[in-house]
Design a protein. Sequence first.
Length: 369
Amino acid sequence: MSHIAEDMTSVLIEAIQADPRGCISFHDYMQLCLYHETQGYYRKSREKIGKSGDFYTSSSIGTVMGEMIAQWLCSQIKLEPETRLHLVEWGGGNGRMALHVLDEIRREQPDIYERLQYTMVESSPYHRGLQRETLSAHSEKVIYVDGEDWLSEPAQTHVYVLANELLDAFPVHRLQYRKGAFLEAHVAWSEWNQAFTELWLPDAAHRVLDAAQRLKVQWQEGQIAEINLAAEDWIAQVARRMASGALLIIDYGDHEEELYAAHRQLGTLMCYYRHQAHSDPFLHPGEQDLTAHVDFTRCHAVAEANGLVPAPLQTQRDFLIAQGILEKLQAHYDPNPFSEVSKRNRSIRQLLLSDGMSELFKVFVATKS
């Protein structure tokens, strides 16, 4: 019987030593770092979003993003008959996005609010606790479920699924192209250096190699790329759960030709620790967020193969403008930079302009009728 490891490094060393090869795939390393039951980054009882955390999300920047998503949802729902509606948010973090969406629907479309149930799909007890607290004003409308439980239920009509910065945190396989073939990244432990080290081995699973070979890419010698099979599986499972409705994904990512272009020689893996972005996944295991950009070309193909009709990919900026965000900007002559109007206008500008984030974030919509 294995001993109970008391920190993430011990958990990882135990997994590495249990493998006859003395290493684990980078995919399994990322899976443990983020989702290990007690030591994983997303399972720990500590703040991750906002000033005291490691990164900001669009729901940290005022209420406007949630309001725009609410507008989009209502525009989709207005085409529906008067019936029960299922809004489902995956990985809702501290619950702020859900709060802003529900507040806006209740204020602007009370008839729609009456008919809806909002499901938070959340496996972290810590985040579920935060969500219950944040959403107490809507407690009669919100239920909390585990992902596997939700996916195992029969398909429903009028299901609207929201995933904001979810797919970029699914564990990825890292491949490197060398001499016409692919090697997969593995992680070993060096007793000598007391550090994790990266190994590149020629033993990638058939499905991973198949995904890499399917990419219409002119591979460069030494080029590294991430393959996110978990995102493909998730879209397929969600599509099967929806008899009708829509899927809205907001995330870092792009089309394949950009994601695997020659200038991305080192791939897109990024780490976030106390608002510092860097590219070393072996620093602070279990204490930092690990992400990789989403391949929206594959999202489109998988959605289509599972009965969804994808819309053309948009930047977050274009999506927000299409939902009428510019009408939310208010002309005012208030010299106080801390007034509500000033803060609101500032958050709108930040969503549209901030550091090119609104161009980096893409919005993927797919519907089923």
